[in-house]
Structures are given as structure tokens and as C-alpha cells.
Design a protein around this ligand. Structure first.
Ligand code: F6R
Length: 244
């Protein structure tokens, strides 16, 4: 695991954005895995700004979303599809055909996970997977208890995850399930970059430093990946000490 301690949140965001931009400019047909959440919003804002400034050609790049809520329409204002359309796809005029979303419409047939895994495989796998982290150490919506070899599947959201995301649903009901790539799917990506910002993530980051392969904190599984970069802002890094 490579750790990058940024001096500020904008610097942490810039580090992640630069990794994505470099990947796409050196290999325009890259397959990028996208996360959502508050942490990633400034990443996409900066990415859009920089891609426009550099006139980066992104028409050959393909994107896989990490997860999606179940029980809401894909056009719901808080769906991850809506999120990525407004933060990345529309501002960069990317085509619908460049995105794959967890196929929530196939859940009732019991083939959603298998179908998404085969799409990822057909695309040649994910070159770079962006990740955030939940306060409980979840990755995607792989909550504590998830297995290291889990694949895309329906997951039950924990109370802590629902509490962290309830505000996105206003008066409406917060979904209790999602379709999420598994830990095994994520570990199959060629490179992982996880961004953690803010003090609410400090405990999970501290736990990550001292544990590995611990199902009670799924992020610890990522330490087994040969190309895993953890990018931290000062608050997320505030409970760890790194000996130089
Ligand atoms: C998002 C996702 C989640 C979030 C995590 C952090 O697609 O899968 O793992 O990355 O819940 O969310 P924020 O950034 O809102 O704190």
C-alpha cells in the first residue's frame, strides 16, 4: 500500500485527479471504475475543469460505476446514475454508451451480479478503480462482514451507512439495499486509488493501518492489492502516525 499524505484537502483531490488524467492521456481507452459520495464531488469538479483546460479526448474511455441503490428509479435525484451524469458525464459531454451501471433491473431475475461481472470482463477489466471509504470502513457498499472474494451482488446497508446518506433523501425513504461490486471485483482492478478526507474517516484509516484481511473493516482487504494508493487529507490522517 502506498500512502500519500496531502497537506490539504484540495491537494489530496488534485493528487487523485492527476492520476486519472494521466491514465486517460497515456491510454485513452482506459476503463475507469467510479465511486460516488461527497468525497468524490471535488474530484469530479477538478477533473472536469482540467479535462476541459487540457482538451483531453475522453471519447474512448469507458466507465463502470461501483454501486447503485435499489428501490429507487435510476432517474431519482439521489441515484448514483444521476450523480455521475451531473458531476461527470454531462459537463464533459460523454456519451451514454461510455458508461455501465450495476444492472438493478436484472436483480429480480437473479442475474444482475453475474451480468455486471461479465461486462467488466468483456471490457478487459478495470484499469483504475476510484474509491471512497465509509465511516465503518466499507468500500463500495461492501459493509462489514463482506467476504474478500465477494462479487457484484445485492447488499444490505448498515444503519451507519444509512445515517451517513439519509440527508440525500430528504423527506423520502432511504433505500436499505444496493447492488454493489464486491471486494473480489474491486481487487481484480489493475490499480486502486482511495481518497479519504475529513475527520469522520480518521478512525477507519487508523484501523486500516493496523489490520489486514479483517472482515469487520472491509477496506483492510485492499492491502493485499499490489497497486493500492491511499490518498489522505490531514484530517483523515489525524489519528495515524507514520514513522519515517
Ligand atoms: C460510493 C461508495 C461509498 C462511498 C462512501 C463514502 O459509490 O460506494 O463507498 O465512497 O460511503 O461516502 P462519502 O464520500 O459521501 O463520505
Amino acid at each position: 500500500m502506498r500512502i500519500i499524505l496531502a497537506d490539504s484537502t484540495p491537494e489530496a483531490v488534485q493528487t487523485v485527479t492527476t492520476t486519472v488524467l494521466e491514465k486517460i492521456s497515456s491510454y485513452p481507452s482506459s476503463v475507469i471504475g467510479l465511486a460516488t459520495g461527497r468525497t468524490m464531488e471535488p474530484v469530479y469538479a477538478h477533473l472536469v475543469e482540467e479535462a476541459k483546460r487540457l482538451a483531453l479526448k475522453m471519447d474512448k474511455t469507458f466507465f463502470f460505476m461501483l454501486d447503485e441503490y435499489l428501490g429507487i428509479e435510476e432517474s431519482h435525484p439521489s441515484s448514483f446514475k444521476t450523480y455521475i451524469k451531473s458531476h461527470l458525464q454531462n459537463p464533459l459531454h460523454l456519451h451514454d454508451s461510455q458508461f455501465a451501471f450495476p444492472p438493478t433491473h436484472l436483480v429480480s431475475q437473479g442475474i444482475a451480479g453475474e451480468h455486471y461481472e461479465s461486462l467488466i470482463k468483456e471490457a478487459g477489466g478495470i484499469d483504475l478503480q476510484l474509491l471512497g471509504i465509509g465511516v465503518n470502513g466499507h468500500i463500495g457498499f461492501n459493509e462489514p462482514g463482506s467476504a474478500a472474494d465477494s462479487k457484484t451482488r445485492v447488499v444490505e446497508l448498515t444503519e451507519s451507512t444509512k445515517a451517513a446518506n439519509r440527508s440525500h433523501f430528504g423527506e423520502g425513504e432511504m433505500p436499505s439495499k444496493a447492488l454493489s461490486m464486491g471486494i473480489g471485483s474491486i481487487l481484480s482492478a489493475k490499480e486502486l486509488v482511495l481518497l479519504a478526507t475529513g475527520k469522520s474517516k480518521a478512525d477507519a484509516i487508523k484501523y486500516l493501518m493496523n489490520h489486514h484481511d479483517d472482515e469487520s473493516c472491509p477496506v483492510t482487504y485492499l492491502k493485499a492489492h499490489p497497486h493500492f494508493t491511499l490518498v489522505l487529507d490531514p484530517e483523515a490522517a489525524s489519528k495515524i502516525s507514520l514513522k519515517i
